[in-house]
Structure formats: structure tokens, C-alpha cells
Design a protein around this ligand. Structure first.
Ligand SMILES: *[C@@H]1O[C@H](CO)[C@@H](O)[C@H](O)[C@H]1NC(C)=O
Ligand SMILES: *[C@@H]1O[C@H](CO)[C@@H](O)[C@H](O)[C@H]1NC(C)=O
Ligand SMILES: *[C@@H]1O[C@H](CO)[C@@H](O)[C@H](O)[C@H]1NC(C)=O
Ligand SMILES: *[C@@H]1O[C@H](CO)[C@@H](O)[C@H](O)[C@H]1NC(C)=O
Length: 493
């Protein structure tokens, strides 16, 4: 299975929360659950990157097993209501990032319990008194809120980010700090905490350019929180995808891989105080100033993509450009009007690719094939794009079977079924994968699908078409032999 290496197997196993709170992939814990106090956080540094319209958090923590037995489950708590907005939780051994096997999965208490947890399982148990440095990464979606919530069309936009300066922890933390990386130095408000909280009695936060550091703080108990917030300029759209549906249709017969993506976007930015003025918009567009409106999408595609199309829900756009060369393929989409805060925009795009670029026959196997495609594509925006829910369907030819897959995108569910279209006899084998709370930073991660496509099935399509042609021929032959000619009759009359 050398081909499986395509799937970046070095990556840790993943899991994620479903924003919709279905219980599909969750472990339910008893409501009185409190994580056993097997660990102590010796030193913790939390980095929150706010360059994009979502927050990217990295917690680097030295943990120590303070129990008498080896332990392999570490819990990460989230406040009520936040876990449904957390995505792509990935854990690594900071000192040995190549070491895989860390599993992060959501565990849920009963609905009335205030705290929810991610359970992190180590590849091997940590012995008593031993230390391990975990690097925990995740994204928080819908986390920035425009303040003021309403602005003029040409105003700057400011957003509020609220957080706790103590990292979420189910254990005692001996030492910690939280570093915020802001996209700007225009920061009208940043909560200043009393020096008495700071372990070094320093001004809190410490500012250095666009970095704000809260802490260091001394020993804090499990679950300790200290609220803070920053408000800073972010005159960019807050691009939020409510749903992305992606279909990848593989045709061995046509030598083609057809992709279609359907998007439902909303701009979470500040809403307009007054009506949209196209005149003011046109006048300012000459200078191309920063704006909280979403005015274009750049959609890089796999090199070699062809026949791109674009349809928005109004049925058209003012402009879309598709450029394809040997080095790049890009689709540029400009909605007919700028999408301001609170407005929605949905559209679909599609394109074709060569089968050979995505599908290979497995060496030494007569029926085995492997498909490698991006799990999702979607636009690539400077301000970032977040997706609440992403459903990818791989539509394989009729008769394909024994479907297996591998992906580095955290998924919450998978299923295989049949999808029937025109001229199909049994229906096409379809793999459906669902992910929640993903961001555009994951857009280059691959999905590898392995399947068998027996030769009998491979010839079913041509045979079906041949049978269809025969039937048409037979019908036209019969019809051609009927004497339906009125003219002839008239002649003989
Ligand atoms: C949650 O997901 C289920 C199945 O995936 C769907 O039937 C239901 O409508 C969803 N609910 C919401 C509130 O989105
Ligand atoms: C799209 O817009 C162009 C120019 O505005 C127009 O010529 C064309 O007919 C429109 N197409 C559809 C499908 O509405
Ligand atoms: C955007 O879509 C949401 C639901 O998806 C809806 O509640 C809201 O009213 C829509 N906004 C506009 C301006 O149409
Ligand atoms: C696919 O779903 C099944 C249950 O429906 C689950 O047991 C299995 O682990 C899932 N596979 C992956 C790779 O997530």
C-alpha cells in the first residue's frame, strides 16, 4: 500500500465537534464527570493568532504525570456553548512532531452540565513523574464580533475578541501566559489587568508591535478563568460558510473528473447603518480602500483544470474570469454587488480535470484504483474563510466497490451509498464525508480513496450505451418500415 503514503500519514488522528450537536461521534460521560487529576501543567504558553477572521490557537504545554500509574488520557475543557465552534483539534508531541498517534475526540456530558471536553489519547501511556510537551492546535469560528455592530459603508470596521487569559485546563497550571497576535496596531481597547495577578508584578498586558502578552501567571487551579477582551481594526469581511457541498464525480469511461462546489456564504461583518450607495461605492472603488464588504473571491484550482463554470443564485454575475496555464488555474469571481455585513451570497462553481491526473491503477492489481483529490477547495481569501459544515461526495463509477479512504481533514461522519443518474443501471458508488468547523487553511489537505473497479463493471457502461443505441436503431427501423407517408398515399390516390 505504498500509495497510501500520499495521504500524509505522518499526521495525527483527528476528530471534531459537530456544531449541530448531533451525537454521532461523541462519547457521553456521566454528568458528574470531573477529569481524574492525573496531570499537572508545569508550564503553558498559549498563542492566539487573530490575523484572519477566525482565531487559530496553539497551546504548548509541558505536562507531568502526577499519578502512581502510567496515564494516557488528557482532557481539554471548553466553556459551555464554545465547543460547537471549535474545529480541527490536532495534537502533537512538541519535541517530536513526527511522532503520530495522538487522538483528540469530543466527549460530552449531559446537556445540563456546564463544561464539555476534548479527550486526548496518547500513542503510549506517560509514566509516573514523566513529562511530555503537547502542542495542541485548534480553530475557533464565529469568534470575532463587530463593535460597533453597524457602520457606514466607507467606515473602518472594529471587532471584539473576548477570551480568558488563563488557558482552558482541567488540571492545576503552575505557570502560563497567553500571547495574542493582532493584525494591526489600531487597538482602541485592550483590557488591562491588575498587576497583582501577574506573577512578575508587571504591567498586564505587555505590548510589542502587534503582539499583546498576558501573564506570566503563577499557579492557578483547574478551570480557572479571567476574562479579558481586545477590540481592534479589521476592515475586512468576516467570511462565514454555512455550508459547502462538494461533488467529485469520477468517470473512467469519459477519462474525466468533474468537480462541483456549492457555497452558502454570509458576511458576519458589521451591518450597514444606511442603504447601500452604489455611487459612493463606485467613487471609492477607484482608490480600492479596505472594506468590510466581500467584493471578490479568488479560487485557485488544481493546475490543468478546464471548462470552469460559475452560477450564483441570481443566475449570473457581473464578472468571472478563469485563467488556466501550465503553472496555474484560477477562477476570479466578482459578485454583482458587494456583500456587506449580514448579507448572504450563495453560488456554485464547477470544473473538469483529467482522470490521469487524479486516478492511478494500483500497481500489481487488475481492479484496484486510487483517487487523490483535495478534500475541498473553495476560495482563498486574504482575510480567511471558515466553514461550519462541509459535505464532500465522491461519486465513483457504477460497480466500484470495496471503497476505503484516508484524509488529514478531521471528519465527523462517513458513509457509502448509491447515486443514480441518467443511463445508470445499478447506480454509482458514492462516498459521503462530513466535516464541521474547518477553515481555508486546511484546503490543501488531500483525500485519498481506494476502490476496486472490476472489468465486468468497467464494460457495463459501454454495453448499456450499446444496448441503448441498438434499441434506438430497432425503433427507427420499425418506424421507418411503417407506411406513414401521407404524400405517397396522395400520389397513389
Ligand atoms: C443536524 O444534522 C441532522 C443530520 O445531519 C439534520 O437532519 C438536522 O436538520 C441538523 N439540524 C440543524 C439544526 O442543523
Ligand atoms: C449575464 O449577464 C450578462 C451581462 O450582464 C448578460 O449578457 C447575460 O445574458 C446574463 N446571463 C444570464 C444567464 O442571465
Ligand atoms: C441570510 O441567511 C440566513 C439563514 O441562512 C437568514 O436567516 C438571513 O435572513 C439571511 N439574510 C439576508 C439578508 O437575506
Ligand atoms: C466511518 O464510519 C464508521 C461508522 O459509521 C466508523 O466506525 C469509522 O471509524 C469511520 N471511518 C473513519 C475513517 O472515520
Amino acid at each position: 500500500m505504498r500509495l497510501l503514503q500520499w495521504a500524509s500519514l505522518g499526521l495525527v488522528t483527528l476528530a471534531a465537534a459537530d456544531s449541530n450537536l448531533t451525537h454521532e461521534s461523541r462519547n457521553i460521560l456521566p454528568s458528574v464527570f470531573k477529569p481524574p487529576q492525573h496531570f499537572r501543567n508545569v508550564n503553558l504558553v498559549r498563542n492566539i493568532n487573530l490575523d484572519k477572521s477566525y482565531a487559530k490557537e496553539t497551546i504548548n504545554v509541558v505536562i507531568e504525570n502526577i499519578d502512581k500509574e502510567p496515564q494516557s488520557h488528557y482532557y481539554l475543557p471548553f466553556e459551555p456553548g464554545t465547543i460547537g465552534r471549535i474545529g480541527a483539534v490536532e495534537v502533537k508531541d512538541k519535541k517530536n512532531p513526527e511522532r503520530g498517534g495522538f487522538v483528540a475526540e469530543v466527549t460530552e456530558l449531559d446537556p445540563y452540565s456546564p463544561t464539555e471536553f476534548y479527550k486526548i489519547t496518547f500513542p503510549t501511556p506517560l509514566k509516573p513523574q514523566e513529562q511530555l510537551t503537547l502542542s495542541i492546535n485548534y480553530y475557533s469560528l464565529s469568534i470575532l464580533n463587530p463593535l460597533p455592530a453597524q457602520i457606514e459603508q466607507t467606515d473602518k470596521q472594529y471587532v471584539l475578541y473576548s477570551f480568558s487569559v488563563y488557558a482552558p485546563s482541567a488540571y492545576v497550571t503552575q505557570k502560563q501566559k497567553t500571547k495574542l497576535k493582532l493584525p494591526t496596531t489600531d487597538v482602541p481597547d485592550a483590557v488591562v489587568l491588575p498587576k497583582s495577578l501577574n506573577a512578575e508584578g508587571k504591567e498586564d498586558p505587555q505590548k510589542s508591535g502587534t503582539t499583546y502578552t498576558y501573564g506570566p501567571y503563577g499557579e492557578r487551579e483547574a478551570g480557572a478563568t479571567q476574562e479579558a477582551s481586545v477590540r481592534y481594526e479589521f476592515t475586512k469581511p468576516l467570511v462565514h460558510g454555512k455550508l459547502l457541498e462538494r461533488d467529485v464525480e469520477v468517470s473512467h469511461w469519459g477519462g474525466n473528473v468533474a468537480v462541483e462546489e456549492r457555497h452558502w456564504f454570509t458576511n458576519r461583518g458589521a451591518t450597514l447603518k444606511n442603504h447601500f450607495s452604489r455611487v459612493a461605492w463606485q467613487a471609492s472603488s477607484y482608490y480600492n480602500p479596505p472594506t468590510s464588504a466581500l467584493k471578490e473571491f479568488r479560487y485557485p484550482l488544481v493546475v490543468g483544470s478546464a471548462d470552469a463554470y460559475f452560477i450564483d443564485d441570481i443566475g449570473n454575475v457581473s464578472t468571472s474570469h478563469f485563467r488556466s496555464s501550465k503553472r496555474e488555474a484560477t477562477l476570479e469571481l466578482k459578485p454583482r454587488y458587494p456583500i456587506f455585513g449580514g448579507w448572504n451570497y450563495s453560488f456554485k462553481v464547477g470544473w473538469n480535470g483529467d482522470l490521469q491526473s487524479f486516478v492511478r491503477r494500483i500497481t500489481g492489481s487488475s481492479d484496484g484504483y486510487v483517487l487523490k483529490v483535495p478534500f475541498f477547495e473553495g476560495p482563498k481569501q486574504a482575510e480567511g474563510v471558515e466553514y461550519e459544515r462541509l459535505v464532500t461526495r465522491i461519486i465513483l463509477p457504477e460497480g466500484a466497490k470495496n471503497v476505503r479512504f484516508e484524509t488529514a481533514v478531521p471528519i465527523v461522519s462517513n458513509s457509502t451509498g448509491l447515486h443514480r443518474t441518467f443511463m445508470d443501471t445499478v447506480g454509482r458508488t458514492t462516498l459521503t464525508l462530513t466535516a464541521v468547523n474547518v477553515v481555508d487553511e486546511l484546503r490543501d489537505r488531500d483525500l485519498v480513496v481506494i476502490y476496486d473497479y472490476p472489468s465486468a463493471a468497467r464494460f457495463r457502461k459501454p454495453l448499456t450505451i450499446f444496448a441503448g443505441v441498438l434499441a434506438i436503431f430497432a425503433v427507427s427501423w420499425v418506424v421507418g418500415n411503417l407506411d406513414v407517408s401521407i404524400g405517397k398515399k396522395q400520389k397513389t390516390a
